[in-house]
Design a protein around this ligand. Structure first.
Ligand code: LRH
Length: 482
C-alpha cells in the first residue's frame, strides 16, 4: 500500500486524545482530531475513572477522524483495569491508581511472596498501585467475586470497540503478574496470591490485529466497514518509546507527562538485586524489547501545585521560575509520598524542611524547585539505568508533554551532562500509529526504521549541557539518597 490513515487513541491521566495519522513509507503526518478532559472522580470515598466518558470521547474522536480510516489503535496509562461479569457487563467504574486502597498492601503482599522473589519473576519496580497490589486490596469484595474477566484500560476500550477480549503484553507487563522473561502470565504468582487466573485473557503482542469495529460502533461513528483494530504498544510509555526519534542505540529516554519514565531500551530483562534496590522496572516493549526504566513523579507535581493555586496560566509562572536561582531547594521526585492528590505545595515544603532546606517561598520558586527536582531525578535514573544495564548513553531524548518545557529540558541536559533532544510531544501517538501502519504493511522494518520515520517527520529541539555537574552532585547529596 502507498499510504494509509490510522487513528491513534492516546488516553492520559489528564486528557484523552485522538490523532489521525497519514502514513506513507517515508513520512508520517498527524492531526489532532479530538481532545477531551480526563480526571479522577471521587465517589463513596474511592477515586474512580469515568471510563464510559472516555469511551464516548474515543467514539467522538473516531467520528472526527473521518471515513477512510484503515485502522485504530488504543494506548493509555498502565496498571488500571475494568472487571466484567459473566454476561460481559462492566462491574463498577475502574478504580484510579491514586486511590488509597493500596496503602500498606505492598508490605502485606511481600510477607506472602518476598519482594526479591516477585522481582525475580516480574522485574517490576514496587509502586503501590501495581495491579497485583490493587487486586490483593480488592480481595473478598463482592465485585471481584462476581468478576469473570479483567481487562486493562486500553484492552477494555478495545473490547468495547471489537467484542474481543485480549491483554496486550506491554501494558500487561505493568501488572506485576507477568513473567518478564517469557512474556506470559505467571501462573505461579497468581496461585500464590490467590488471584483467579481465569480473569486474565490471552496475551497478544503489539502488531496483532485483534478484531474490527463492531457494527454498532461503525454506525455510531459514521465509519464505513471494515476497520481493523490493531494491538499497539498499549502501554502509553511503550508507544512513546517507539516514538523516540533516536538515530542510534546509545540513547536514554525520558517519557514525560503526568509521570517521567526514565531509562534505556534493552534486548532482555536485567533482574539483578542492585536493579531491584534501585527500583528499576523491566517493562516489556514493542518487538521483544525491554524498557529498563524507573517511574518518577513527573509533571504531576507541577499540575497539582497549579490546581492548588487556582489554575493560573502556566506560561508566566514558568518564565518566572526560569529567573529563580537554580537548585535552591530540591525534593526526591521518586518519593511515593507525592502520589496522592491534594496539598502539593505544602507537601513539597515539608519535604524540603525534612532534608534541611529552606522551603521555596513563592509560586515561582516552588515551580523552580519542582523542575530542578525532576531534572535531578532524570539524571539519577539515566545514570543508574546505564550503570545497572551496562549501556552506553550519549544522548537523552525527552518526549511527551515535558518536551515543550524549555526549562525542564535545559535543566535535564545540565543535570545529566549530556545533550538532550526534545520532541515529539505526541511520541506515544506516533508510536501507536507506526505499529498500526506496520501491521497494515504500509511501512516495514524494525524500531530503527520506525524511529527514522519519526525523525524525518517531526522536529526536535536540541539542548547542550551547560557548566559542570558539580552543583547537581551537591543538590543530590542533600536528599541523602542511597
Ligand atoms: C504513564 C503511565 C506510567 C505508569 C503510570 C501509572 O502514563 O502509564 O508508565 O507508571 O502511568
Amino acid at each position: 500500500t502507498a499510504g494509509a490513515r490510522v487513528a491513534a487513541v492516546d488516553l492520559g491521566a489528564s486528557s484523552g486524545r485522538v490523532l489521525a495519522f497519514d502514513v506513507t513509507p517515508d513520512r508520517i503526518a498527524s492531526t489532532e482530531v479530538h481532545r477531551f478532559p480526563n480526571g479522577p472522580v471521587r465517589l463513596g470515598g474511592t477515586l474512580h475513572w469515568d471510563v464510559l466518558g472516555l469511551y464516548r470521547g474515543v467514539l467522538d474522536g473516531l467520528r472526527a477522524a473521518g471515513p477512510g480510516l484503515a485502522a485504530v489503535g488504543v494506548d493509555s496509562w498502565a496498571v488500571d483495569y475494568g472487571l466484567l461479569d459473566a454476561t460481559g457487563a462492566l462491574l463498577g467504574n475502574p478504580v484510579h491508581y491514586r486511590d488509597g486502597r493500596t496503602d500498606g498492601v505492598p508490605d502485606a503482599v511481600h510477607a506472602r511472596v518476598p519482594a526479591a522473589e516477585l522481582y525475580g519473576v516480574t522485574g517490576l519496580q514496587v509502586l503501590p498501585f501495581n495491579t497485583v497490589y490493587q487486586l490483593v486490596a480488592a480481595a473478598g469484595t463482592p465485585q471481584l467475586a462476581a468478576a469473570r474477566h479483567l481487562l486493562l484500560i486500553p484492552d477494555l476500550i478495545g473490547h468495547w470497540l471489537t467484542g474481543a477480549r485480549f491483554a496486550e503484553v506491554t501494558n500487561a507487563s505493568t501488572t506485576g503478574l507477568l513473567d518478564t522473561r517469557t512474556r506470559t502470565w505467571s501462573a505461579e504468582l497468581l496461585a500464590r496470591l490467590d488471584i483467579d487466573a481465569g480473569l486474565f485473557p490471552p496475551l497478544v503482542e503489539p502488531g496483532a490485529v485483534v478484531g474490527s469495529l463492531l457494527p454498532h460502533v461503525l454506525a455510531g461513528t459514521g465509519l464505513p466497514a471494515p476497520v481493523p483494530v490493531v494491538a499497539v504498544g498499549s502501554h502509553d510509555t511503550a508507544s512513546a518509546v517507539v516514538g523516540v526519534p533516536a538515530a542510534g542505540r546509545d540513547f536514554a529516554y525520558v517519557a514525560t507527562g503526568t509521570w517521567s519514565l526514565v531509562g534505556v531500551e534493552l534486548d532482555g530483562p536485567v533482574l539483578t538485586e542492585a536493579g531491584r534496590r534501585a527500583n528499576f522496572s523491566n517493562e516489556l516493549g514493542v518487538d521483544g524489547t525491554v524498557r529498563y526504566l524507573r517511574n518518577v513523579m513527573g509533571l504531576w507535581l507541577l499540575q497539582e501545585c497549579l490546581r492548588e493555586w487556582g489554575d493560573p496560566e502556566p506560561g508566566p509562572l514558568l518564565d518566572a521560575a526560569a529567573g529563580e536561582p537554580a537548585l535552591a531547594a530540591v525534593v526526591d521526585a521518586g518519593d511515593p509520598a507525592f502520589i496522592p492528590p491534594g496539598g502539593m505545595p505544602a507537601r513539597i515544603a515539608a519535604a524540603c524542611a525534612r532534608t534541611g532546606q529552606r522551603p521555596p517561598g513563592t509560586p515561582a520558586a516552588v515551580v523552580r524547585c519542582v523542575l530542578d527536582s525532576l531534572a535531578l531525578a532524570h539524571r539519577r535514573a539515566v545514570r543508574q539505568a546505564a550503570g545497572l544495564s551496562g549501556t552506553r548513553v550519549g544522548v537523552v531524548h525527552v518526549v511527551g508533554g515535558g518536551a515543550r518545557n524549555t526549562l525542564l529540558c535545559q535543566s535535564t541536559a545540565d543535570a545529566c551532562g549530556l545533550p538532550v533532544l526534545a520532541g515529539p510531544v505526541e511520541a506515544a501517538a506516533c508510536g501507536n500509529a507506526l505499529v498500526q501502519a506496520r501491521a497494515l504493511g504500509v511501512v516495514t522494518g524494525g524500531l530503527a526504521e520506525l524511529r527514522g520515520l519519526v525523525r524525518a517527520s517531526t522536529g526536535v529541539v536540541g539542548y547542550e549541557p551547560r557548566g559542570d555537574t558539580a552543583a547537581w552532585d551537591e543538590a543530590e547529596g542533600r536528599l541523602g539518597l542511597a
